[in-house]
Design a protein around this ligand. Structure first.
Ligand code: HAM
Length: 423
């Protein structure tokens, strides 16, 4: 019986995984330039961490979390993390990182889990690369994170992404806006979808994010949060925008962007691409100044983002299909003596970091050459019984098709030089 993978849980196979590695490598470089340190947090956390951080009325907490009761932890429900921010903040508070140095720039990567309807760019297990800055309330750090993302996209050659920017205000000004919006929505409640009518009173801002055509139509003239920002939020947001303009990072204001998680305040953003269809955000984030205190830490501001790996890979693979890495050398052997020479020789070269491949079973010369070709090996060394007796072998450059006899003694050094690797 064939056992298949679960819907929404995908394999990342060789051929595609190289794009992932390329993205991860570039992300590490950019995070290094901005002085971020890596943090690794568990995949499973107590359910209440997420319900408290993300908000009880969010889609994630209401219906998308993978939650279970562990045999050993009967008293508490556990959840596969749907995102990384809550876990990072929990770790910051639990380890009292702030005692040593309150300002922390942290990045993480790994799988997240949400029981969403799988479709293009939307998985149930998906990967994020995320960054969180704790302990900085200034607008410069918001702009710095956006510059980091813009640098990162440039470095991986991603084009055609748009930065959408909004401010969600703070505990001072958002309640005023909330009341205005609620009054507006109550007048139009009969035109809203059932879901929005149900949660409108508890979370009216979420209605602006609803994708139902009737809700979009009914809220077309809804009041804008940007008209209700208090003095301090206005100044913060103006500074972020000024810094972006100064650095030539283009952006579009989107006052309807409320984000799907409740911890946000002030600056929020999404980088979107028209090529992605309905799931158009390739990276998203914002400020969450109340979260550390909500999770039992000292009042500490926070801001961060997460990049959706699958969506980024989709966009990059539309541009070019990166191929599997090429072995530097394919060892073709003929006869037992050939094999007995080739096996330890391959090991010696691998110890020196050269990527080497060879057959394990007796195959014709022609069939081995075909395989070397298929793997796109850069060089092929042909070791036959006869040549071995003379201490020589044939080295063929698969790109230029040049072929010459080489001495087997000291062959490794020769090959390293040919491959322009340090001897
Ligand atoms: P989020 O908007 O829920 O934010 O997710 C961030 C990104 O993860 C999305 O823009 C998208 O690219 C990707 N993503 C989300 N769900 C899926 C899915 N089901 N399948 C594929 N990709 C997906 C957060 O998670 C926040 N923790 C970001 C943040 C960090 N805010 C502050 N710090």
């Amino acid at each position: 019986m064939k056992i298949t993978s679960i819907k929404g849980f995908a394999d990342i196979l060789p051929g595609e995984v190289e794009i992932w590695q390329f993205i991860e490598e570039k992300a590490h470089e950019v995070f290094g330039a901005y002085n971020f340190s890596e943090i690794r947090i568990p995949i499973v956390e107590k359910t209440e961490l997420f319900s408290r951080s993300l908000g009880e009325t969010t889609d994630i907490v209401e219906k998308e979390m993978y939650t279970f009761t562990d045999q050993d932890a009967k008293e508490s429900r556990l959840t596969l993390r749907p995102e990384g921010t809550a876990g990072v903040v929990r770790a910051y508070v639990e380890s009292e990182m702030y005692q040593v140095e309150p300002v922390r720039k942290l990045f993480y990567s790994g799988p997240m889990f949400r029981r969403e309807r799988p479709q293009k760019g939307r998985q149930r297990q998906f990967y994020q690369i995320g960054a969180e800055v704790l302990g900085r309330a200034d607008a410069l750090i918001d702009a710095e994170l956006l510059l980091l993302l813009s640098d990162f996209f440039r470095r991986i050659g991603l084009e055609g992404v748009t930065l959408e920017l909004n401010s969600l205000g703070c505990v001072q000004c958002r309640p005023v806006y909330r009341e205005k919006l609620l009054a507006f929505l109550r007048e139009r409640a009969d035109r809203l979808c059932e879901n929005c009518r149900r949660r409108m009173e508890r979370n009216p801002l979420r209605v602006l994010d609803c994708k139902e055509p009737s809700c979009i139509e009914a809220t077309r003239d809804a009041p804008s949060i940007l008209d209700y920002l208090c003095e301090a939020c206005r100044e913060h947001f103006d500074t972020v925008q000024g810094l972006l303009r100064q650095s030539d990072v283009a952006y579009k204001l989107n006052p309807r962007m409320v984000r799907g998680l409740d911890y946000y305040c002030r600056t929020t953003f999404e980088w979107t691409s028209a090529q992605l269809g309905a799931q158009n955000a390739v990276a998203a984030g914002g400020r969450y100044d109340g979260l550390v205190a909500d999770l039992g830490g000292p009042p500490t501001p926070g801001v961060g983002f997460a990049i959706g790996m699958e969506r980024l890979v989709l966009l990059l693979s539309m541009r070019e299909l990166r191929q599997a890495p090429r072995p530097a050398l394919f060892l073709v052997w003929v006869g037992d003596a050939g094999r007995n020479w080739a096996f330890p020789a391959a090991h010696k070269l691998r110890l020196r970091g050269v990527s080497v491949e060879m057959e394990g079973e007796k195959k014709s010369l022609k069939s081995q050459m075909r395989r070397a070709d298929k793997l796109r090996a850069r060089q092929v060394l042909i070791v036959g019984d006869e040549e071995l007796g003379k201490g020589v072998a044939v080295l063929r450059d698969m790109d230029s098709k040049e072929q010459r006899e080489v001495k087997l003694e000291g062959f490794e050094d020769q090959l390293m030089r040919k491959l322009e690797l340090p001897v």
